[in-house]
Write a protein that binds this ligand. Structure first.
Ligand code: HEM
Length: 357
C-alpha cells in the first residue's frame, strides 16, 4: 500500500511538471540492478553450495521484491513526466503512440508469465515445495542441464542439426538483441537524462559502433533463422514433424525483423551525415536498393515499434510461452532428486491414503 501511495505521488508530481526525467530513469536503473542481483543470488542458490542458505534466500527474495516495486515506481514517475511533456507538445506523435504501447506490452507479458508459470504451478509448488531443499538439489546435474539443454540445445542437435541451427539462430538472435536493447536504453536514454554526454550521441564512438553491429548481427541471425524455420515448415507440412513448428510465431518475428531493417534503411537513405554507419551493413544494403521517401520514415518506425511491442505481449499467449516454460521445466526435471521428491511425496500420499482405508 505504501508503495502504491509513493507511485501515485510520483505521477502527481510528474503531472505538476516538477519532476525531473532523471528520477524515473534513476529508479529504472536501480530497479534493473536489483533484478539482475536477484537473478544472480538465485543462480548462486540453485547452482552452487556457496554462502549460507537463509541469507541467500533473503537476498534474492528482497532483491526481486524491491526491484519489482522500483520498476513500477519508475513507470509511474516516467508516466507523469512524459504525459506533461506530451501535453506541452514536446513529444513527437510516434513516441506518444509507442510509450503506452510498450507499457501495455510489458504488462501483458508480466501478467501472462505470472499466470502460466507461477499461478498454474502453485498446486505443485505447494505439494512438493517442502521437499525441494537446497542441500538436496543435484547441482552438477542442474548446471549440466543449464549448459546442455538451455544454452546449447544439445538434444535438438542430436535429433537434427538443421533444426538446431534454425532454433539457435532465432534463440541467440532474439536473446542477445533483447539484452542489447536493454543496455542501449542505458546509453541512449538514462545517461543523457542525467545531463551527461553519452557515447550514443557520437556516431564514431566504439561503444556506439559496437551497438550498431550487435543490432545488425542479431537481426540478421533472426532473419536467417526464421527463413530456415519457414523452409522446415514447408518440408514438414502435413507430416509428423509439423508439431515441432510454430509458424505464426515465426511469421510474426520475421515481420518485426524485416520492418526493423526497412526502417533502418529509410533512416540511412535520408541521413546527410554518413559517418559511423560502416558497421550497419544490413541497413546500408537496404538503403542502397530502396526507393526513398522521407514521408515513409515515421509511419514505418511506428509500425515496427508497435509490431515489436505486439510480439512481446504475444509471447505468453501462444506457443512462444515455451521460451520461458521449457527452460524452467527442464531445470526442474534435471536433478533426479527433484523428481524423486515428487515420487516420494506421491507414494507416501498413496500409503497414507492406504492407511486411512
Ligand atoms: C531456453 C529456451 C528455449 C528452449 C529450451 C526452446 C526449445 C524449443 C524446442 C524444443 C522447439 C521445437 C524445435 C524442434 O523440435 O525442431 C522450439 C521451437 C521454436 N522456438 Fe524455442 N526454445 C527456447 C527459447 C526460444 C526463444 C527465446 C525463441 C525466440 C523468440 C524461440 C523461438 C522458437 C520458435 C519460433 C520455434 C518454432 C520454430 C519453427 O516453427 O520451425 N525459442 N523451441
Amino acid at each position: 500500500m505504501r508503495w502504491l501511495v509513493v507511485g501515485a505521488l510520483l505521477i502527481a508530481v510528474g503531472l505538476a511538471g516538477t519532476l525531473h526525467a532523471a528520477i524515473g530513469y534513476g529508479l529504472l536503473l536501480i530497479a534493473s540492478m536489483l533484478l539482475v542481483m536477484g537473478i544472480g543470488f538465485l543462480s548462486i542458490f540453485l547452482l552452487t553450495n556457496w554462502f549460507e542458505t537463509t541469507r541467500l534466500q533473503r537476498a534474492y527474495a528482497g532483491a526481486f521484491w524491491l526491484g519489482g516495486w522500483g520498476y513500477l515506481l519508475a513507470v509511474a514517475a516516467m508516466s507523469g513526466y512524459y504525459l506533461t511533456e506530451a501535453m506541452a507538445g514536446k513529444v513527437a506523435w510516434k513516441y506518444i503512440v509507442f510509450g503506452p504501447a510498450a507499457i501495455m506490452a510489458i504488462a501483458v507479458f508480466d501478467i501472462g508469465i505470472w499466470r502460466i508459470i507461477v499461478k498454474r504451478n502453485m498446486p505443485s509448488i505447494r505439494r512438493f515445495g517442502v521437499f525441494w531443499k537446497r542441500e538436496t538439489i543435484d547441482k552438477p546435474a542442474l548446471r549440466r542441464t543449464l549448459v546442455d539443454e538451455i544454452v546449447l540445445h544439445k538434444t535438438l542437435f542430436t535429433i537434427s542439426p538443421f533444426r538446431w541451427v534454425r532454433h539457435q539462430l532465432i534463440f541467440w538472435g532474439f536473446g542477445v538483441m533483447f539484452l542489447t536493447e536493454i543496455l542501449a536504453v542505458g546509453f541512449r536514454e538514462v545517461i543523457p537524462a542525467f545531463g551527461l554526454a553519452s557515447p550514443w550521441e557520437q556516431p564514431n564512438h566504439p561503444i556506439r559502433l559496437a551497438f550498431d553491429f550487435a543490432f545488425e548481427l542479431t537481426g540478421l541471425m533472426m532473419l536467417v533463422g526464421c527463413l530456415l524455420a519457414l523452409a522446415f515448415r514447408v518440408r514438414a507440412q502435413g507430416g509428423g514433424l509439423q508439431k515441432y513448428t510454430d509458424t505464426p510465431s515465426v511469421v510474426f518475428l520475421l515481420a518485426v525483423v524485416v520492418s526493423g531493417f526497412l526502417t533502418e534503411g529509410v533512416r540511412m537513405s535520408l541521413a546527410t551525415d554518413m559517418s559511423g554507419v560502416s558497421l550497419s551493413f544490413v541497413g546500408l544494403a537496404v538503403s542502397s536498393i530502396l526507393p526513398i521517401s522521407a514521408a515513409w520514415y515515421d509511419p514505418l518506425w511506428t509500425f515496427h515499434a508497435l509490431l515489436a511491442c505486439g510480439f512481446i505481449a504475444y509471447i505468453p499467449l501462444k506457443k512462444m510461452i515455451h521460451s520461458c516454460a521449457v527452460p524452467i521445466g527442464r531445470m526442474l526435471n534435471s536433478p533426479t532428486n527433484l523428481l524423486s521428491a515428487k515420487k516420494t511425496r506421491s507414494i507416501s500420499g498413496l500409503f497414507r491414503q492406504g492407511d486411512r482405508d
